[in-house]
Design a protein around this ligand. Structure first.
Ligand code: ZN
Length: 148
């Protein structure tokens, strides 16, 4: 094999890796009321985006429940405030609120949850956030969702 063939093969592989869109929002939450990431970047071209939340703590849902809610940054406060009063049965989120782009159910320590939503709900350049709507958590448990 000639050197030029090897080089073009490597270039091609590199291009494929950089083109691989990230369509995953993978987070963990712990007993210290924290997610493991301050920001997540997903690709605007994603057909479907998967949210995965793993609660790596030990506390039960009633004491330290976590979920992941996605919205525009400007809508976070109203969603969190309204959600806190809805109770665990509704995952502390108003599912019929159009401002809620996506959400997972609330889980306790040692549990895992996953949900999917259409990537078309997100647009590059808009300011998005993810946060936990368990009462009292949204100020600590929040991060920036970057769409590229
Ligand atoms: Zn939480």
């Amino acid at each position: 094999m000639k050197l030029s063939g090897v080089v073009s093969f490597v270039v091609l592989m590199t291009a494929q890796i950089s083109l691989a869109a990230n369509c995953q929002i993978a987070l963990t939450g712990n007993d210290q009321m924290k997610y493991d990431k301050a920001s997540v970047t997903v690709d605007a071209s994603c057909k479907e985006i998967t949210i995965t939340l793993v609660h790596v703590g030990k506390l039960p849902m009633a004491a330290m429940g976590h979920n992941v809610v996605i919205s525009k940054e400007a809508d976070k406060m109203s969603i969190a405030t309204a959600g806190a009063g809805l109770g665990a049965a509704k995952n502390y989120v108003n599912a019929s609120d159009a401002k809620v782009i996506a959400f997972t159910k609330v889980i306790g320590g040692g549990s895992k949850t996953e949900t999917k939503f259409p990537g078309s709900k997100l647009k590059a350049g808009e300011k998005y956030v993810y946060f936990c709507t368990f009462p009292g958590h949204f100020a600590m448990m929040t991060g920036t969702l970057i769409v590229k």
